[in-house]
Write a protein that binds this ligand. Structure first.
Ligand SMILES: Cc1cc2nc3c(=O)[nH]c(=O)nc-3n(C[C@H](O)[C@H](O)[C@H](O)COP(=O)(O)O)c2cc1C
Length: 367
């Protein structure tokens, strides 16, 4: 137990308690490193471990690494995967045949990369219960959820050990549901966000709403609820616009991808700087769930034919994405990027603490 992380007699951590109300996005799969978390925390913000592709032991190990590096507070983000919802989405998309047809469509790409797509991609259960039990046994300041609304019992169990509970929502309706189960605050994520959109079902078609419009709508519907805004925030003007629209803070993803502390691959970093890319777009083509990426050849060709089958497509395309990245082939792997990836150029290679301080201070300091 790390005594400074949580004390259940202390108020749970809200954005307003931070020296700078800047959340370093959980970016599962490599970009968010313990070093990035420490840097954002020490700059007065709060960053989150992305446990989405880790099991409970992996999450515990990551927590231990962060604690070795810093005394700053941090959070852990958990994916809420629901097998019944995935099954329903797959059935609506045409069942296993739809995945087989997609495998056939992307087959030539896999062949070119000498990857076998013939395996039947199964649903893998990431055992969220074990991760949640680990977080109750050894609490952190904040636990955030993505892809679903946790049960009120889960929220209560985390709050009882002192953790603030955050739910990532992509609509006003989901914001209301998150408040109903007792969430302490929200991460309100618009269609501008890089990476996956946190819809609460696989099958739904999310809207194309901007961050400012969604923030206004959530603030109007829920005047008292603390929340941070996520999606396309990469300049002081973006931060200021989100705050004016009603957010209590901001969550940064893409603008942190090119900081030295991030674990972003060299290929991904180079692509974010490459003028060859002119568009980022939400697409199901990599995982079966909408996620915003730069439009490379793979997105351009397969976006339109990808079924709503998550995590089936995630598992199907995984080896191919890895092989392409290893081969330095920028036209195949996902190059996650929010709508403001080009504006984020201004902060490329700058230490994360500087990015956090400059974005927040420039937006909030009146002279
Ligand atoms: C590479 C990458 C990985 C991401 N992984 C996660 C994740 O594991 N969990 C999560 O809640 N959000 C994830 N997101 C979304 C962020 O939390 C955030 O909503 C988004 O980055 C904000 O938009 P921006 O990228 O335009 O700043 C990811 C975003 C990116 C760019």
């Amino acid at each position: 137990m790390n005594e400074h992380q949580t004390q259940s007699d202390q108020p749970r951590l809200l954005p307003a308690h931070l020296r700078r109300a800047v959340i370093g996005a959980p970016m599962a799969g490599g970009p968010t490193t313990p070093e990035l978390i420490a840097a954002v925390g020490e700059a007065g913000g709060l960053a989150m471990i992305g446990s989405g592709y880790l099991d409970a032991a992996g999450t515990r190990a990551e927590i231990a690494r962060v604690r070795e590096l810093t005394d700053a507070l941090f959070g852990v983000n958990v994916f809420l995967l629901d097998r019944a919802d995935s099954d329903a989405a797959l059935a609506a998309a045409g069942g296993p045949d739809a995945v087989a047809r997609y495998a056939a469509a992307i087959g030539p790409v896999a062949q070119r990369l000498r990857v076998d797509l013939s395996r039947d991609p199964q649903f893998t259960d990431f055992d969220q219960d074990a991760t949640l039990a680990a977080l109750v046994a050894d609490p952190v300041a904040v636990v955030s959820f993505t892809f679903g609304i946790p049960g009120a019992d889960v929220v209560r169990a985390l709050q009882e050990v002192g953790s603030a509970v955050v739910v990532t929502v992509a609509s006003v309706a989901d914001a209301r549901r998150a408040v109903e189960v007792g969430a302490d605050w929200l991460s309100v994520q618009s269609a501008e966000a890089g990476g996956h959109r946190s819809t609460t079902t696989v099958g739904e078609e999310p809207d194309n709403i901007t961050t400012v419009a969604l923030v206004r709508a959530v603030r109007e519907a829920l005047p008292q609820v603390p929340f941070v805004a996520a999606g396309g925030i990469a300049t002081p003007d973006d931060v200021a616009a989100a705050l004016v629209a009603g957010a209590d803070g901001v969550q940064l993803g893409t603008v942190l991808l090119r900081t030295p502390e991030a674990g972003t691959s060299a290929l991904h970093r180079a692509a974010l700087a490459d003028p060859r890319f002119t568009e980022s777009r939400p697409t199901r083509c990599y995982t079966g769930r909408y996620a915003r990426a730069l439009v490379n050849e793979f997105v351009a060709e397969f976006d339109a034919v990808a079924p709503a089958a998550y995590p089936h497509l995630h598992l199907l395309t995984g080896p191919m994405r890895k092989a392409a990245a290893q081969a330095g082939d920028v036209e195949v792997p996902p190059l996650w990027a929010g709508s403001q990836w080009r504006a984020a150029d201004a902060y490329a290679d700058r230490p994360a603490a500087e990015v956090v301080a400059e974005l927040w201070d420039s937006a909030t300091t009146t002279t």
